[in-house]
Design a protein around this ligand. Structure first.
Ligand code: GAR
Length: 218
């Protein structure tokens, strides 16, 4: 009997791809509800490409500097995603803003991980922002992508305490550990149909109620 088809996922990266690697590792479990079908980077030197290729995953490097406009790059990427029959897109350290048309084409089917507890600390240098603000909890967020940067409906979050003496690197390292836990769990929820986007709200299936103090905002 043929196994039922899993959603085909493209992971988009710009650099080392440690979150990508955590998704690839999770998807190796037979019962994981998604298949990683493509890894694409906007920088040919992105370190994660070799890791993905080493795991037998098709890779593409689309050098954004070779395209005359944002729209032209997005169109080339879209063509790759369509050719690879992609169902869901995961941004994993993809440091490039999309045109609104590309985001709208993937509405409800594209998610991102961001290294802060959104809606706090959007954009870059999130750990510096958190230390400057003096928050006692910081963390990471997986959210649906909407045209406004880091503003999409939230799927899941993980928090870490800010410790006395923390600097941005120490904080980044502890949060990255949580990113690597959170993103595979969040993708599993989306790919398994247990969360979905309904307008501007994330809708959860029944039974996804975590205990107080849980790391995940499920
Ligand atoms: C991760 O910390 C991710 O949350 C962040 O970039 C890093 C990529 O690391 N993403 C953003 O800042 C997106 N705005 P990785 O390449 O090792 O996964």
């Amino acid at each position: 009997m043929a196994a039922s088809a899993k959603p085909r996922v493209a992971i988009l990266i710009s650099g080392r791809g440690s979150n990508m690697a955590s998704l690839i590792a999770a998807a190796q479990a037979p019962d994981y509800p998604a298949e990683i079908a493509l890894v694409a980077a906007n920088r040919p030197a992105a370190g994660g490409l070799a890791h993905a290729a080493g795991h037998g995953i098709p890779t593409r490097a689309l050098d954004h500097t070779a395209y005359p406009s944002r729209e032209a790059f997005d169109a080339a990427l879209q063509a790759e995603l369509v050719a690879t029959r992609i169902d869901l897109v995961c941004l994993a350290g993809f440091m490039r803003i999309f045109s609104a048309g590309f985001v709208e084409a993937w509405a409800g089917r594209m998610i991102n991980i961001h290294p802060s507890l959104l809606p706090l600390f959007k954009g870059v240098h999130t750990h510096e922002q958190a230390l400057r603000a003096g928050v006692r909890l910081h963390g990471c967020t997986v959210h649906y992508v909407v045209p406004e940067l880091d503003a999409g409906p939230i799927i899941a979050q993980a928090a870490v305490p800010v410790r006395p003496g923390d600097d941005p690197d120490a904080l980044a390292a502890r949060i990255l550990v949580q990113e690597h836990r959170l993103y595979p769990q969040a993708l599993a929820l989306v790919a398994g149909g247990r969360v979905r986007l309904n307008g501007e709200r994330v809708v959860f299936s029944d039974g996804l109620a975590p205990a107080d103090g849980a790391l995940l905002s499920l």
